[in-house]
Design a protein around this ligand. Structure first.
Ligand code: NCD
Ligand code: ZN
Length: 344
């Protein structure tokens, strides 16, 4: 009997952290292996805020994926001080595909983020006019607000007004985790879409505490209740083109995760596509996988769909316990467990 296989138009990752320096050199190949393109997050230290910094970062990424035809889609990190001139330069550059809005202090390396989106109105006006999308980490950073409510609060206090003020602005609500976010996107106009990560489709917040504190399941936005996960699954079952893959693969060295104050971020790049496939299979919607991984995002960004294909076969394989970062190691998502699908 032949092994079941899935042939997909090559997917894209619409939300990826590749880091820099030694880590970049070790992690980039995992994404280049499965994805044709990826939206590269700009939250380096210091953040990528200018076109000049972005082109330099692009060169370092291309050097790290030497020989592959992986295309990094660069982003700029929006700050209170981003200028209209920078937006115009970004638009002209061709390789910068979006601006990333981190509310100041919302997540890893977000201290330079936007303190109040009102400071950015002129810039948003230009983005709206020129069609440059805004990618949003949709959580308020007010530590008084319960961490499980920060996404909902952000929708009410920032995103609703923003989408009214800029009705033509293309917005990607990144890594949505809640029913409220799913419903907001579903009910909004075609200018608003969302990415969904493997971890938010697969796990609920119990996974953070199963058998003890699980630092490798800690990311931001944090995992939510099962009812929210079920709503995300309904979104992918609906086949709505507003939802697409964005892994949010965010590698941190093991010692920065397994420590008294561990940082947020799940390293899913080596397994993301296979996990999406398993989830879609489990939901009995394998026929909808390709649109989610390979069509919807490209269509939203106004980019051509990829023409090559990738093949996954139904073959159990064990996810390694760790991967090398040179002198450090990184623990992948679901380390040591077995996956049903394998990219060949
Ligand atoms: C990301 C990181 O480590 O850069 N962490 C995360 O938990 N997702 C930052 C982010 O996208 O929130
Ligand atoms: Zn991210």
């Amino acid at each position: 009997m032949s092994v079941p296989q899935l042939i997909l138009t090559q997917p894209d990752d619409w939300h990826l952290h590749l880091r820099d320096g030694e880590i970049l050199k070790h992690v980039a190949a995992f994404s280049a292996r499965q994805f044709a393109r990826a939206i590269i997050m700009p939250n380096l230290q210091p953040p990528v805020t200018t076109v000049v910094q972005a082109v330099e970062y692009l060169d370092r990424i291309l050097a790290a994926v030497d020989g592959s035809d992986f295309e990094p889609l660069m982003t700029l990190y929006l700050t209170d001080n981003t200028t209209v001139a920078e937006i115009i330069a970004a638009r002209k550059s061709c390789f910068i595909k979006a601006l990333k809005f981190y509310p100041a202090g919302a997540t890893t390396n977000a201290s330079a983020g936007v303190t109040d989106i009102k400071h950015c109105h002129a810039v948003l006006e230009t983005m709206q006019e020129t069609g440059l999308p805004l990618l949003i980490h949709g959580e308020v950073s007010d530590h008084q607000v319960d961490i499980f409510d920060r996404e909902k609060q952000f929708i009410d206090s920032v995103l609703q007004p923003l989408s009214k003020d800029f009705p033509e602005l293309k917005i990607v609500f990144e890594h949505i985790t809640t029913r409220e976010a799913a419903d907001f996107v579903l009910e909004s106009s075609d200018t608003i879409a969302a990415t969904i990560t493997p971890q938010h489709l697969l796990l609920n917040r119990n996974a953070l505490f199963a058998g003890g504190l699980q630092p490798h399941h800690y990311c931001l936005p944090v995992l939510k209740r099962e009812t929210h996960r079920q709503r995300l699954l309904e979104m992918i079952r609906s086949g709505s083109p507003k939802f697409f893959a964005g892994t949010d693969s965010a590698p941190h060295p093991r010692h920065k995760k397994e420590t008294a104050c561990g940082c947020a971020g799940i390293f899913s790049a080596p397994v993301a596509l296979e996990i999406y496939a398993s989830i879609f299979e489990q939901q009995q919607i394998l026929d909808k996988l390709e649109a989610f991984t390979s069509f919807n995002g490209a269509d939203f960004y106004g980019l051509p769909r990829n023409t090559k294909t990738v093949t996954l076969i139904k073959q159990a394989w064990k996810i390694p316990a760790q991967y090398s970062l040179g002198s450090d190691t990184v623990i992948p998502f679901l380390a040591g467990s077995t996956l049903d699908w394998k990219l060949i």
